[in-house]
Design a protein around this ligand. Structure first.
Ligand code: PBG
Length: 322
């Protein structure tokens, strides 16, 4: 046999394989999302997301301790308020659920890096990500003023970074201006820049009780068929001052992550969303897939070009890597 190229030589054993491995996951890449609810002594599994829980503020402290022990240093907070109204006033109240959780977690664990999700859908009675006009459309510019208030209230409570997920036009520039005017020019913004209107958010909407009461989010979230448009979204967000840009969801959008990486010199986050998590979790629990699939899937997100991965699997990753 006259075979010149024998690629199997570098696959011969684990040592050589790890030496030539191009993509390595590190626990430093991960952000772990947490859902906080009002009340006390609550740690309740979310039925559509096995292994993910609703925590009351008192109970989330134990969870954060465990995360730190596992080497997970940053969390993304979502709040489920006690009451909702048309204008989502609990979202920007200093006594709101995320604000309370941020203060308590920071008090107990100053070293944890807290990122907060900036959106209105968990807080509005109609479940849309902004303020509605008389016609029932989301009023973009009016919504910005609320997003600014929400971001400021989170930062005042001690958030290290804010992450707007609403998909309104101009929000990054507006939030940047509000934070800067209040002396928070050192707080970074991670923008959900290319956020697609996706069926993969289903379990999250149950977890956050945030499904729109009528209609859908297609008038503000992106059409899954579009890639050029994602480049424009990313470009506008960078121009407006985003520090980190995000692609969401991750798995059906690996081509978008790669394209952002090829075109922009920015830190890129990818959100491995609830539906992607539950789909795999259910397959593992039913013995259809082996749990190694978790690392394979997450590696694909990093290989596509993500620097940061937001994932409900972060604790599993920490255990695999140990
Ligand atoms: C809020 C928001 C959503 C997610 C993150 N922030 C849901 C949505 O837009 O409906 C989804 C996260 C996930 O599915 O894990 N707008």
């Amino acid at each position: 046999m006259n075979i010149i190229n024998r690629t199997r030589r570098l696959r011969k054993n684990p040592t050589i394989r790890s030496m030539v491995r191009e993509t390595k996951l590190s626990i430093d890449d991960f952000i772990y999302p947490l859902f906080i609810v009002e009340g006390e002594n609550i740690k309740k599994e979310i039925s559509s997301m096995k292994g993910v829980y609703h925590f009351s503020v008192d109970m989330v402290l134990d969870e954060v301790k465990e995360l730190l022990e596992l080497g997970i240093k940053s969390i993304l907070l979502f709040g489920i308020p006690g009451s909702k109204d048309e204008i989502g006033s609990e979202a920007y109240s200093s006594q709101g659920i995320v604000q309370k959780a941020t203060r308590e977690i920071k008090k107990a664990f100053p070293e944890i890096y807290i990122i907060t999700d900036i959106c209105m859908c968990e807080y509005t009675s109609h479940g849309h990500c902004g303020i509605l006009t008389d016609k029932g459309e989301v009023d973009n510019d009016m919504t910005l003023t609320y997003l600014g208030k929400i971001a400021l209230s989170h930062v005042e409570a001690g958030a290290d970074m804010v992450a707007p997920s609403d998909m309104m036009d101009g929000r990054i520039g507006y939030i940047r201006k509000v934070l800067d005017e209040d002396g928070y020019e050192t707080i970074p913004i991670m923008s959900y820049s290319a956020k697609y209107s996706s069926a993969f958010y289903g379990p999250f909407r149950e977890a956050a009780d945030s499904a729109p009461a009528c209609g859908d989010r297609k008038a503000y979230q992106m059409d899954c068929a579009n890639s050029d448009e994602a480049m424009r979204e990313i470009m506008y967000d960078i121009e407006e001052g985003a520090d980190i840009v995000m692609v969401k969801p991750a798995l059906s959008y690996l081509d978008i992550i790669r394209r952002v990486n090829d075109n922009f010199n920015m830190p890129i986050a990818a959100y491995n969303v609830s539906g992607e998590y539950s789909m795999i979790k259910v397959a593992i629990e039913n013995g259809i897939l082996g749990e190694e699939v978790i690392m394979e899937v997450l590696t694909s997100i990093k290989r596509a070009g993500a620097d940061i991965i937001i994932s409900y699997f972060a604790k599993d990753v920490a255990k695999f890597l140990k």
